[in-house]
Design a protein around this ligand. Sequence first.
Ligand SMILES: [Zn+2]
Length: 171
Amino acid sequence: MSRGSLPLYVEPFRLCDANTRVSGNLVAAQLERISEFAVGTADDVNVVLDFSRDADGRNCISGTVDTVVHTTCERCLGALDIPVHAKVSLVAIAVGGKVPETEDDVDIVEVEDERLALAPLVEEEVLMALPQYPVHESCDMVAYDRAAGGATVKPEQKANPFDVLAKLKKD
Ligand SMILES: [Zn+2]
């Protein structure tokens, strides 16, 4: 798989004609909305997109989008890394063109002047894959919440790797 950078624009209909795979990395700086909406930052996004034409003549774009988004836990406000593995399933049509029938999980993407910008498309897939309320899977604050509700649950003390290091240094 190519580890080069993803092209900014592609010509989807031509790529579908030729059954082409486009892959590469999208640098996080190109993901404007993720920064703007203060979701946090993201690692470079690894993108693989297969362009093909199906039996019904539809221009299909399918593939995967992988990255890690760095944000904060809504509950404890601690740092939270969310691995994103999104499946892309799109049908490309010309702007104003007839919308073909598609399965429920397939989205339509309109293409202007036969040119499709990949960064906004990839960013959309990343944003859709993020939870609306990002929290740690096992968040210390859950225990505090329960305690506030009357139960006497102590937050579990997690072993701090730095404590271990400190001990090692003393020895
Ligand atoms: Zn948390």
